[in-house]
Write a protein that binds this ligand. Structure first.
Ligand SMILES: Nc1ncnc2c1ncn2[C@@H]1O[C@H](COP(=O)(O)OP(=O)(O)OP(=O)(O)O)[C@@H](O)[C@H]1O
Length: 309
């Protein structure tokens, strides 16, 4: 079963079509990076998945439950961190957790609250009023609240925006740990290097429409327009070196860039044949490094292409 599945989902605000014929599928146990430029429809989609906004068309299921008729079940099993989490400012962090925990019928709150406060790095601050919390502390509290019900699915809308490096790192670690416990993570973010670090799959939407939905590895490779690219360093790079590499079966191109041999090839395993050919011809090879494109490059390319098209 997919943790999230939408078919032709649509939401319109007056003349603005925020989400347009959206087909999403999020496999259970995966970390799914939900990306798109500002105003693409990410928050609106999440709002529909949680049952806060009604769609104008299409259908969707979250954890097997219908988003229109079964949102109580969805909210009970799904942890949700909104883009701007709101709390009772005059209450302490722990009391907010108690309040929101009771709302969703979470169990063992006396034990879970201190555990979760420690997990998100708010140990010792749970008895302070939220009005004195910093932005990062609020995000951490929001995540602690999202985890109260031991969710099977966690939906995070820009969880690390505005956090310091330690805060972002801590949240990535929490996400990784939850994945080990088979929790599905649906992560909307603009911080692409973070998404690249932790996601299994990416979905990119623009103007409410899904442009690409694929395992992140495939997306990065296809964005290069070739299957693999490598850089080879050697103290002996000359024309014969380049020719030796170029002749290896499966090599698409070979050229010198910044003093290193730059190769594209049919598949990564060809790099081993290139190494063998170079060493066999008497060259010394210092380093062979795969060039993995960044998610940011791939994202900008796909967004740009669709703009031109
Ligand atoms: N309540 C609303 N009333 C009118 N228009 C809305 C409403 N909510 C969202 N929109 C519009 O729908 C579109 C999608 O907005 P949404 O907030 O879903 O985008 P987003 O991808 O989450 O953007 P961002 O990355 O900036 O947070 C935008 O054009 C926005 O102005």
């Amino acid at each position: 079963m997919n943790a999230i599945e939408t078919h032709g989902l649509k939401k319109q605000f007056g003349k603005i079509v925020a989400v347009n014929d959206l087909n999403l599928s999020v496999e259970e146990g995966k970390i799914y990076g939900f990306l798109g430029p500002n105003g693409a429809g990410k928050s609106t989609t999440i709002s529909m998945l949680m049952g806060f906004t009604k769609p104008n068309g299409g259908s969707a299921k979250v954890l097997g439950y219908d988003i229109i008729t079964q949102h109580y079940e969805i909210r009970k099993l799904t942890g949700y961190l909104p883009e701007r989490p709101a709390f009772y400012e005059n209450m302490t962090g722990a009391d907010n957790m108690q309040y929101f925990g009771k709302l969703i019928g979470a169990e063992d709150l006396e034990q879970r609250i201190p555990e979760l406060l420690a997990q998100v790095g708010l140990e010792g601050r749970g008895d302070d009023r939220v009005k004195g919390y910093s932005h990062g502390m609020r995000q951490r509290l929001g995540i602690a609240i999202a985890l109260l019900g031991n969710p099977k699915l966690l939906i995070l809308d820009e969880p690390t925006t505005g956090l310091d490096p330690q805060g972002s790192h801590d949240i990535r670690e929490i996400i990784r740990k939850l994945k080990k416990d088979n929790v599905t993570i649906f992560l909307s973010s603009h911080i692409l290097h973070e998404v690249q670090e932790i996601s299994d799959v990416v979905g990119i939407i623009k103007a409410g429409h899904m442009l690409v939905q694929t395992p992140i590895e495939n997306f990065l490779r296809s964005s290069k327009g070739t299957l693999a690219a490598f850089e080879i360093s050697s103290p002996m790079i000359d024309d014969r070196f380049v020719e030796t590499a170029r002749k290896v079966k499966g090599v698409e191109s070979a050229s010198i860039l910044d003093g290193r041999l730059h190769l594209t090839m049919d598949e990564p395993a060809v790099a081993e044949d290139v190494n063998a050919a170079l060493v066999g011809a008497g060259f010394r090879v210092r380093e062979i490094k795969e060039i993995v494109p960044t998610l940011e490059d791939a994202f900008l390319k796909v967004i740009g292409e669709k703009k031109e098209g």
